[in-house]
Write a protein that binds this ligand. Structure first.
Ligand code: FES
Length: 393
């Protein structure tokens, strides 16, 4: 048994929640069209966990072996107890990462994070142009983000930028990387949009064409060649353009555990979109029971549940059938092979989406931004824009 910080035992075995993601709030000052938060988040905003409940959850997960902590939202800085949560996480021995839009980060707060032992701050950036930044987030945050980037650097944190890539900014990848270089970034993640939550609702507007994607990859490689090791650039390929699915979350209930703003315990961000599953909640269940015993965490763990064509596939150990949420959101069957796979009987749904990316009429539909008003509509059962993905030929 390995002994980590502060005497908290970390017996690293399989199926321990090594990563804990604390989605501390769904409130957010930004209204990003590609947000992966649930479209019906509005129904989970009324009863956020208290500081004490978060600290208890951190403590319980740490006892189970969790060592990486992500603090995200919504915008986590909308809570005024993040300093306290960060300091407690440090005492417990977590490596902690604050995932933020930068809105609400002040000199005073970053100083407190530094003193409390926060290890890492990941800042989201959106484009090199004020116009696209403000359009896609539906806010005026362009200048603020640059100031926050300088503040993060000034406090000795590694500069980690996350840029979600979509049709509106994919042509600027070279300039985005130059901007990151000028800001002194150490790591940049170019995260091509994956289609869940709000980004699925806006898929026709956000999805780039195959050619745009290939060009963005070329620009990224040219930049990498020029800067060498000075800056690490990750280019996350959207799985729609792959032939095999990803091993989503590194396997359902294998290493990731998410606790949401209202205390639900999930194996992945979108799990509540799946039918017939009741997820544990830290107000009623211990995290250990949630992880080890709850029917929801065991439902898609391992490979016993796999149907054909995955069951007899010689690649099943690599991807475990792919993403359950994507399978359900597109095919209507949560146990189906991820439609991304070319062996899936539903692959035509992905090919149709790629074809749609070239259809200017679909792109002209208005974007539905992540706002409380729109979320209320989805929470009340509005299926507009969602059902169309199930009814593709
Ligand atoms: Fe839920 Fe992939 S996002 S399994």
């Amino acid at each position: 048994m390995a002994q980590l910080n502060n005497g908290v035992a970390a017996n690293i075995t399989q199926k321990q929640p090594l990563w804990l993601l604390a989605e501390v709030t769904y409130r957010c000052p930004l209204h990003c069209a590609f947000c992966y938060n649930p479209t019906d988040y509005d129904k989970h905003t009324k009863n956020e966990l208290t500081t004490e409940q978060w600290i208890n959850a951190l403590r319980d997960a740490r006892k189970m072996g969790a060592i990486q902590l992500g603090i995200s939202g919504g915008e986590p800085l909308l809570r005024d107890d993040i300093e306290e949560i960060v300091a407690e996480a440090h005492k417990l021995g977590y490596y902690s990462n604050l995932i933020t839009s930068g809105v609400g980060l002040t000199e005073k707060r970053i100083q407190a994070f530094k003193e409390g032992g926060l290890d890492h701050i990941q800042l989201s950036m959106h484009d090199i142009t004020e116009e696209i930044n403000n359009f896609i987030t539906n806010t005026k945050t362009f200048e603020l983000k640059k100031k926050v980037a300088a503040m993060i650097k000034g406090h000795g944190y590694p500069m980690v930028l996350n840029v979600v890539i979509h049709r509106y900014n994919i042509g600027h990848v070279d300039k985005i990387l130059e901007m990151a270089e000028a800001l002194g970034a150490d790591y940049v993640e170019l995260a091509n949009t994956q289609y869940y939550g709000w980004s699925l609702v806006n898929r026709s507007q956000l999805m780039p064409t195959r050619e745009q994607l290939a060009e963005a990859e070329r620009m990224t490689n040219a930049f990498r060649e020029r800067v060498g090791n000075k800056m690490k650039v990750f280019f996350v390929v959207p799985d729609y353009f792959a032939e095999r699915p990803k091993k989503c979350m590194n396997g359902w209930g294998e290493v990731f555990m998410i606790v949401t703003a209202n205390g639900d315990v999930l194996p992945c961000h979108s799990a509540r979109s799946l039918p017939g599953l009741t997820f544990p909640n830290v107000r009623e269940n211990g995290l250990e029971w949630a992880w080890k015993e709850s029917p929801a965490f065991n439902k898609y763990r391992g490979m016993d549940w796999l149907k054909e064509p995955c069951r007899s596939c010689d690649e099943k150990e690599k991807d475990l059938g792919g993403c359950r949420c994507q399978a359900y959101l597109l095919s209507g069957d949560a146990e189906a092979a991820d439609p991304v796979c070319t062996k899936s009987p539903h692959r035509h749904l992905i090919d149709a989406a790629i074809k749609d990316s070239e259809n200017p009429l679909l792109r002209e539909q208005p974007i539905i931004f992540r706002t409380d008003k729109n979320s209320k509509k989805y929470a009340e059962g509005d299926r507009e824009r969602v059902d169309q993905f199930h009814s593709l030929p």
